[in-house]
Write a protein that binds this ligand. Structure first.
Ligand SMILES: NC(=O)C1=CN([C@@H]2O[C@H](COP(=O)(O)OP(=O)(O)OC[C@H]3O[C@@H](n4cnc5c(N)ncnc54)[C@H](OP(=O)(O)O)[C@@H]3O)[C@@H](O)[C@H]2O)C=CC1
Length: 439
């Protein structure tokens, strides 16, 4: 019973496997699909990838690469999902732990057991169930795969097709259709841009405005600016002011493109990154609408009272955090319907020693190197190099993190696990140091 179980072999799961391997900690990794890569494996046969055919990451290669294995320099600054999946394959091959991953294995339950956790899994091919007790469990099953539809549902009924962004793959099936895309996150912008090239009309409806960030500013990948020395040392208000000014200088006012001006600051919402949206709006190929008021048979009525005939609605309304193998009553820390999470430093469930979550964060930046840093801390804890603070202290940290979120971000189910890339890296480093001093 000295092993750790890693659930999922997506980007966070393989980051954890690599660190455990390097630190000599025995583990098994269980993966539902036939390949590594999770969300970044297009048409992943685990059914959990939300990648569409044209997807490119919206953080730069230098921001997303694992620190232990830089991305090859021949890759573009913003690689495609094909290139990212290949990079993950190479990562696993390079560190030689593919044989530690049990593919096509579904975790059906994790329950507390004396000294650890019983993990029950099912072989997808034989249907055979196996239970094994592990000392610790690292959950890395991703948080962008379980579709969240509008809540409450819009009144009325709709005769056309309703599709969540998770299921969108290519624009061709929507040629000559009247398409409505709902939301103003990254999925909504990408899907509206794509469908607008083939559709009869594309409408983009949103309940609030968003700051649209370009992929490049002044010839530099935008996230190189957000990790620049200014971002490292300047207070948040100064970063906000300078980014707002740079956006204003480079692309003018959003209302000039027909978008609502956001009423929140530029770092008060998860960034929406799109180079194409403003151009498509300028071409008149996307029409902006306010939120949906009601579904109306062959069309939709919007909050401004206008009505449009619509054939297809894309709900780009985000994702639910979903751990189908954890019973909500036993693990309330991650079982809120509203994506609220109660984890010490976004990783540790204070009430369940040895239960960790990797990659359950939404950075201004990329998850991968942060998942790697989280795994290093977990490895410290597992190898006895570091210890956790007392439970009340962990709970106080969770409360203060939540208060910080409430102060900074607009209230939305998409803003419950936000972290600043640099700040969170520093936080984990400090925690590892403090943890070592507690031993
Ligand atoms: N190229 C890339 O790297 C891509 C990355 N992503 C990432 O995937 C994650 C998920 O993105 P995405 O799928 O866009 O989801 P998000 O959760 O980021 O965005 C959801 C959008 O839907 C809106 N919304 C939710 N409920 C309603 C409702 N009832 N009525 C109207 N609007 C509603 C939200 O508004 P509100 O803010 O008001 O809640 C928000 O605009 C993000 O981390 C994103 O960055 C996604 C696509 C591409």
């Amino acid at each position: 019973m000295e092993r750790v179980c890693v659930i999922g072999a997506g980007s966070s799961g393989i980051a954890a496997c690599q660190v455990l391997s390097a630190r000599g900690i025995e583990y098994d990794c269980l993966e539902l699909g036939s390949e590594v890569g999770g969300n970044w494996r297009y048409q992943n046969d685990n059914g959990m990838s939300s990648a569409y055919r044209s997807l490119h990451i919206n953080t730069s290669r230098q921001m997303m690469e694992f620190k232990s294995y830089p991305m090859p320099s021949h890759l573009p600054v913003y690689p495609s999902h094909f290139q990212i999946a290949e990079y993950f394959d190479d990562f696993v091959k390079h560190f030689g732990f593919r044989d530690r991953i049990r593919f096509r294995t579904e975790v059906v339950s994790v329950t507390a057991a004396p000294g650890g956790y019983t993990v029950t899994s099912r072989d997808r091919d034989s249907g055979e169930e196996t239970s094994r007790v592990y000392r610790s469990v690292i959950v890395a099953n991703g948080h962008h795969w379980s579709p969240r539809m509008p809540e409450p549902a819009f009144p009325g009924s709709f005769d056309g097709e309703e599709i969540h962004a998770h299921h969108y793959k290519t624009p061709e099936p929507f040629a000559d259709k009247r398409v409505l895309v709902l939301g103003i996150g990254n999925s909504a912008c990408d899907i509206a841009v794509e469908t607008s090239r083939v559709s009869k009309r594309t409408f983009l409806a949103m309940r609030r405005g968003a700051h649209i960030m370009p992929k490049y500013l002044f010839g530099m990948p935008t996230d190189h600016l957000t990790t620049s020395p200014l971002a490292r040392f300047a207070p948040k208000w100064l970063q906000t002011l300078s980014m707002s000014m740079m956006l204003r200088l480079s692309r003018g006012k959003l209302s000039d493109y027909g978008l609502p001006e956001p009423s929140h600051g530029v770092f008060s919402a998860h960034p929406t990154v799109s180079d194409d949206l403003l151009t498509r709006l300028g071409h008149g190929d996307i029409t902006v609408k306010p939120n949906v008021r009601e579904l109306d048979g062959s069309g939709v009525v919007f909050e401004d009272g206008s009505r449009e005939d619509i054939d297809v609605i894309f709900y780009c309304t985000g994702y639910k955090f979903d751990f189908p193998f954890l019973d909500g009553a036993e693990f309330p820390a991650v079982s809120s319907e509203d994506n609220e999470v109660s984890l010490y430093r976004r990783v540790v469930d204070p009430d369940h020693p040895g239960l960790y979550f990797v990659g359950l964060i939404q950075p201004l930046g990329a998850i991968m190197p942060l998942a790697e840093a989280q795994a290093e801390w977990i490895a410290d804890l597992e190898s006895g190099r570091a210890a956790l603070p007392p439970v009340p202290e962990m709970k106080a940290e969770i409360t203060s993190y939540r208060e910080g979120l409430r102060r900074r971000y607009i209230a939305s189910k998409r803003h419950t696990v936000e972290v600043d890339f640099l700040h969170y890296q520093r936080e984990l480093k400090a925690e590892r140091k403090a943890g070592a001093a507690r031993v």
